[in-house]
Ligand binder design. Structure first.
Ligand SMILES: [Zn+2]
Length: 115
């Protein structure tokens, strides 16, 4: 009986991508101003990682699925790319085309290239 409850509860949790896996895949970091920085290195230390961007900024991030950065990355919110990082166009294009694991109705795939 308690199993039943557990199973039903589970359905409400959507599969979310870990922030670190996300970063590891796309190698981009959204700053608070909406600029995407290119990630040069990511040193994992448990649930924290030290990230160094190509423009030599270093900071610590937590592996949170719900952090601002995780949300911005998943939603692809960014205003542009950091000029110092020199993020190449193809990388941004690839990022824009990335589909995140959101098996939540197929209409997320509708997008296409036009607005
Ligand atoms: Zn940068």
């Amino acid at each position: 009986m308690s199993n039943r409850i557990k199973a039903e509860k589970k359905r409400f949790y959507r599969k979310r991508v870990e922030l670190f896996r996300l970063i590891d895949k796309i190698k981009l970091w959204p700053s608070r101003t909406g600029l995407l920085h290119g990630i040069r290195t990511m040193e994992r230390m448990g649930d924290t990682a030290r990230i160094t961007t190509h423009c030599n900024k270093t900071f610590l991030v937590n592996n949170s699925r719900n952090s601002r950065a995780a949300r911005w990355l998943r939603n692809k919110w960014f205003a542009g790319a950091c000029p110092e990082c020199g993020v190449p166009e193809w990388k941004l294009a690839k990022y824009s085309a990335t589909q995140f694991e959101r098996h939540h109705g197929s209409d997320t795939l509708r997008g296409g290239s036009s607005e």
